[in-house]
Write a protein that binds this ligand. Structure first.
Ligand SMILES: [Zn+2]
Length: 226
């Protein structure tokens, strides 16, 4: 029953969006007229440097397979910045659609979708968690439940300007599993907007592994160098 109501609400929300955006058929990045149903034009899409291969995040003898849609540059970087700092949710939808394509192409299998949490003050400042926003779209499209099972318990320094080791130290013991859902023997996909050293995603994954998750896969919009 709950699922039916959610679908009706989602349909109504889509109708509202259609009214709001009707006639606004411009690329959200370069403002060129669009002749397709996307939010970005073909020229901007060409500026996305897609990643073809998964990579491993390794630490303390644990290896986590990670996928990123693209490198953190060009049009993907612009989309992420628009989602994070300009509340441009169409940019978020564009990123999430690329993520959904990747899940289908790579035939990734998982039981739940988790995301990287934000602490209370960051949440208050931005008003939304961009990782959860991406996770929500992926969850709706694939019909796989999203779980709010991680909490950020420490305020971290901004990662910008920190080197590799400092980033790992900065994120240690930052996240806590919220013990309200049984994840024992479950396969979980963790979603985030950008992965850099992998320290953030590793410590989130580690909390889930400690609490019984069988397999963790990470999926991000982009992969960045420090
Ligand atoms: Zn464009």
């Amino acid at each position: 029953m709950g699922n039916g109501i959610i679908k009706i609400l989602k349909f109504m929300w889509d109708c509202v969006l259609q009214v709001v955006y009707d006639g606004d058929e411009k690329c959200i990045l370069c403002e060129k007229e669009l002749y397709n149903c996307n939010y970005i034009c073909a020229d901007c899409e060409k500026r996305i440097k897609f990643c073809n291969d998964p990579f491993d995040i390794k630490f303390n003898n644990i290896k986590i397979t990670s996928y990123s849609v693209s490198y953190y540059s060009g049009a993907m970087m612009e989309l992420i910045l628009k989602l994070k700092y300009k509340s441009n949710f169409r940019a978020g939808e564009t990123i999430a659609n690329y993520m959904i394509d990747l899940v289908k192409r790579e035939k990734l299998k998982f039981d739940f979708i988790a995301y990287i949490p934000m602490n209370k003050s960051a949440m208050k400042k931005r008003g939304y968690n961009q990782s959860r926003y991406l996770a929500r779209i992926v969850s709706d499209s694939l019909n796989i439940p999203i779980i709010d099972c991680l909490k950020k318990i420490h305020q971290t320094e901004d990662q910008i300007g920190l080197n590799h080791d400092e980033r790992w130290e900065n994120m240690r013991e930052c996240f806590k599993f919220i013990d309200k859902i049984n994840i024992k023997n479950k396969r979980i996909l963790i979603i985030d907007d950008v992965v850099t050293t992998g320290a953030t995603t590793f410590y989130c994954a580690y909390e889930l592994i400690k609490n019984g998750a069988e397999e963790i896969t990470v999926l991000t919009g982009a992969k960045s160098k420090v």
